[in-house]
Design a protein around this ligand. Structure first.
Ligand SMILES: [Zn+2]
Ligand SMILES: [Zn+2]
Length: 372
């Protein structure tokens, strides 16, 4: 049977629009795609007064209309055709069938959800492989895509439907990219590089499940796009103290396995920008060229990877604060050994002469704070 996926969702949720977007994407990848529209009620394709309509009116139960470029058939049936019968109409030369509707079939689904409709997502049989929505994540354990993330959705469909052993890939890159794009707000070249950096780092450490194993600490060297992607892949965050920001202005990160003490630094090669241009010279949009290249180029054209040593202080590890003191000048609490001793007094870094802010009101602001 040809690979099939059902695009399901409430009425007006954007199913047809999604199919309209997926078709050119998949066709451009050399896929031959058929579509089936399932209508839960009834449809009218024979226009009143047309010849085929007149044939049917006169009692023909099967009417075929044919020309040199198209053929169509209208057959009256007494009960709904089983899915297999419909699929038999699509010949074997097709790679994929996109079915609009049939949410109660056992086939895998892409659920399109439009929060503006104010409706709950419909009940669906079969596995939901992906959710397409502009809104918040649904309580469905499947990658979520924005409506314009058609390329990423096509990646997932190709991988799962047409990629052979893609059933349980070590890293589901399309899903990770979709997630990074959602978290970051758009899928930019930085997301692709960040996701791939994180995957490369985890692979070098032999950590296959960074989010559930919670054994990684990551040092990121930039506060730009890629850092968000590293965060989504690894699950490491500033608030959990598993993400450390060192302000080097470099797209690089060091992944530390706290269980083994091993650490690997992955940094984007300067030459990867040029490699991206060479990868897709016909692409006039530089951004698109980079997106495509960074998804496809091998790791060694994108990154340099080096095993390194990272000394982690007890004061930098997750868990309850190991120390807490109060600054002798501003009286604000300081945790984790970040205080400094100046002239015999324990001071916060700001009062010790390294503030990153200027206080306009000085002492009065402090008093106001203490008064609360
Ligand atoms: Zn970005
Ligand atoms: Zn202070």
């Amino acid at each position: 049977m040809t690979a099939c996926i059902c695009i399901v969702g409430n009425k007006n949720s954007g199913k047809t629009t999604l199919i309209e977007r997926l078709l050119p994407e998949l066709t451009a990848r050399g896929r031959k795609v058929a579509t089936i529209k399932h209508d839960a009620h009834d449809f009218e394709i024979d226009l009143a007064g047309k010849d085929t309509w007149r044939h049917r009116q006169a009692g023909s139960r099967t009417t075929i209309i044919a020309s040199s470029s198209k053929v169509a058939m209208v057959r009256l049936i007494d009960r709904e055709e089983p899915l297999e019968e419909l699929l038999r109409l699509v010949d074997r030369s097709y790679d994929l069938v996109l079915i609009e509707g049939l949410r109660r079939s056992p086939l895998p689904k892409v659920l399109v959800y439009r929060p503006e409709l104010g409706l709950a997502p419909p009940n669906v049989l079969g596995e939901i492989w992906a959710v397409v929505t502009s809104g918040r994540n649904l309580a469905i354990d499947a990658p979520h895509f924005l409506p314009d993330q058609v390329a990423e959705l096509a990646d997932l469909l190709e991988q799962r439907l047409l990629g052979g052993s893609a059933r349980a890939p070590a890293w589901n890159l399309p899903a990770l990219l979709a997630e990074a794009g959602r978290y970051h707000g758009h899928l930019c070249p930085g997301q692709v590089l960040g996701v791939r950096m994180a995957v490369a780092g985890c692979d070098h450490l032999g950590v296959a499940d960074p989010r559930s194993s919670k054994r990684l600490i990551v040092f990121v060297e930039t506060d730009r796009c890629g850092t968000d992607a590293i965060q989504t892949v690894t699950g490491c965050t500033l608030g959990k103290r598993t993400l450390k920001f060192v302000d080097y202005g470099k797209l690089a990160a060091t992944f530390v396995d706290t269980e083994t003490g091993r650490a690997v630094r992955v940094s984007a090669l300067e030459s990867s920008r040029e490699a991206a241009q060479h990868f897709a010279p016909e692409e006039s949009d530089r951004h698109q060229a980079q997106l495509r290249a960074y998804k496809a180029l091998p790791d060694d054209e994108l990154f340099s990877v080096e095993m390194v040593r990272v000394e982690l202080s007890q004061d930098d590890l997750p868990g309850a604060p190991r120390s807490r003191t109060v600054c002798a000048i501003c009286r604000e609490g300081v945790s984790d050994g970040r205080e400094e001793t100046v002239g015999g007094h324990l001071l916060c870094r700001a009062c010790a002469g390294r503030p990153y802010y200027k206080s306009g009101t000085g002492a009065r602001a402090r008093e106001a704070k203490h008064g609360r």
